[in-house]
Design a protein around this ligand. Structure first.
Ligand SMILES: *Cc1c(COP(=O)(O)O)cnc(C)c1O
Length: 396
């Protein structure tokens, strides 16, 4: 099995596919069947023992789900991949499969709200020490790694203020301590950022977001080093957070256009960020593609595009944000991102539903912050919509 076959677009379309399925169907069918049947006990045993290829029971493996894993594996340029029912299941299973009581995990304060809950509430209860650092403070992260680290867990860019972490630099520090490095790559996608080539052992995704891209299926995936992925798979088999085959099918179909969607979103988000940064009603714009962004230099080094998500604060604070959200037309007001439709929300109703107001303040999330996930609509229409909603005419 080759690691990568062709460019990003060719892999998005063909990876995991290409063998005619049932009755020669040109594509991956949805195999909803829970069990797989055998003529004789000997063949069956060989598959159970891993001596022959095949499937036994869909909590363990399923052909539609395996095709999804193979597509993700190739897009991330990884040795192996294992999928999950959701992104949070993927992240939880990484922790529960690889950490033990007494281990220490180093991460940052700005991780996705659900991940942050695992760090603050659940991992400590299981005897895992958690060291959370200031997200952009690379020296502090390196010092915490040096103080003892079984796993380094990064997320970059972060949500909703798009803070950027230097994966290569921090992975080197973790490697010196013999720690496993995992990176949540949900926001960047493998099109814009490849954590494994930057030194990470594992790239983790909420496939629900950009990979699927159509906001119609939940899923998660972990790609990376074979020995680690195998341990995570063994845990998932028993833990049971398996991806549903219909969700796998929807995610596979969505991923065929990943490179096209992400290219469009990169371009539109950049234009919108530039436009907003010159608008008088806007206080601050957070987008790693802007030279004014604190993480711009690192982002230029490790990303080939800056992604679909930007955020901005309004001078009028929360009342102005409420007014803007009411006036916007070409978007859903909903808690998601990375889909073909533009999505708008505020952190308290989206990425940080799980956080208290005080926790959000500590993270430096402005009260009047708007999170804007750019879809694949015509960018001119999105700019016009923002212009009318912000009041005043659109200026280029
Ligand atoms: C949404 C999200 C998750 C969780 O994914 P689910 O599929 O909703 O469980 C994890 N990490 C990031 C960065 C996310 O945006």
């Amino acid at each position: 099995m080759r690691k990568k076959q062709g460019g990003m677009g060719t892999r998005a379309v063909w990876a995991g596919e290409g063998t005619p399925a049932w009755e020669g169907a040109a594509g991956i069918p949805i195999v909803r069947q829970v069990a797989f049947a055998y003529e004789g006990v000997d063949d069956w045993r060989r598959v159970v023992l891993g001596k022959a290829k095949g499937h036994i029971y869909s909590r363990n493996t399923n052909p539609t789900v395996c095709a999804f894993e193979e597509k993700c594996r190739q897009l991330e340029g990884a040795d192996a991949a294992v999928s999950f029912s959701t992104g949070m299941a993927a992240i939880s299973n990484v922790f529960w499969a690889l950490l033990s009581p007494g281990d220490r995990i180093v991460s940052v304060r700005d991780t996705y709200g659900g991940t942050s809950r695992l760090f603050l509430e659940f991992l400590p209860r299981w005897g895992v020490q958690v060291a959370l650092c200031d997200t952009e403070n690379h020296e502090e992260i390196e010092a915490e790694i040096a103080a003892g680290c079984k796993m380094l867990f990064l997320e970059t860019p972060t949500n909703p203020t798009l803070k950027v972490l230097d994966i290569n630099r921090l992975a080197r520090a973790a490697r010196r301590r013999g720690a496993v490095v995992a990176v949540d790559n949900s926001l960047a996608t493998p099109v814009n950022q490849q954590p494994i080539s930057l030194g990470a052992d594992l790239a983790v995704h909420s496939a629900t977001k950009c990979l699927g891209g159509h906001a119609d299926a939940l899923g998660g995936v972990v790609c990376g080093r074979k020995d680690l992925v195998e341990r995570i798979f063994r845990f998932r088999e028993i833990h049971g957070a398996a991806l549903d085959p219909t969700a796998a099918y929807l995610l596979l179909r969505g991923m065929k256009t990943l490179h096209l969607r992400v290219a469009q979103q990169n371009e539109s988000a950049m234009r919108i960020a530039r436009y907003l940064s010159r608008h008088p009603a806007v206080e601050q714009v957070f987008y790693p593609g802007l030279p004014s962004h604190r993480g711009h230099e690192i982002a230029c080094r490790q990303m080939s595009g800056f992604g679909c998500m930007l955020s901005f604060s309004l001078r009028g604070g929360l009342p102005a944000v409420k007014e803007l959200l009411k006036r916007l037309r070409t978007c859903w007001r909903a808690a998601n991102f990375g889909g073909v439709e533009t999505l708008v929300g505020i952190p308290a109703t989206t990425s940080h539903v799980e956080c208290t107001a005080e926790e959000m303040k500590k993270l430096g999330i402005p009260e009047g912050l708007v999170r804007y996930s750019v879809g694949v609509e015509d960018c001119d229409d999105l700019l016009a919509d923002l212009a009318q909603a912000l009041g005043g005419r659109r200026r280029r």
